[in-house]
Design a protein around this ligand. Structure first.
Ligand SMILES: [Zn+2]
Length: 97
């Protein structure tokens, strides 16, 4: 069971679906910089659109929940449309202080 952190104050929460590259970055996995360069992306592009959120893995590898094996929909992290697996991240955006 996924345990989510207790929010401090009225955060905005939502699920985002991200490509494998963004997912790898979230987990600090090694990145394929050559493939990224071919797509005109770099490490700093990954998760760029979720920069102001605290991100939490929201996948379950036992049930496959939160993992879409094949999708051509836009990655919420870097806005790529490159086909591939999409992973669900739980995002917590705190109001600006
Ligand atoms: Zn991405």
């Amino acid at each position: 069971m996924l345990t989510l952190p207790t929010p401090k104050k009225d955060p905005f929460t939502f699920n985002a679906w991200v490509c494998r590259d963004c997912y790898d970055k979230h987990h600090s996995h090694p990145l394929d910089h050559e493939a990224l360069a071919q797509d005109n992306r770099s490490e700093t592009d990954l998760l760029k659109y979720l920069n102001d959120c605290a991100l939490h893995d929201n996948t379950d590898s036992n049930t496959g929940a939160g993992i879409n094996e094949y999708s051509t929909s836009e990655c919420d992290g870097c806005r790529t449309f490159i086909a591939g697996t999409r992973y669900r991240l739980y995002c917590v955006q705190h109001p600006q202080a």
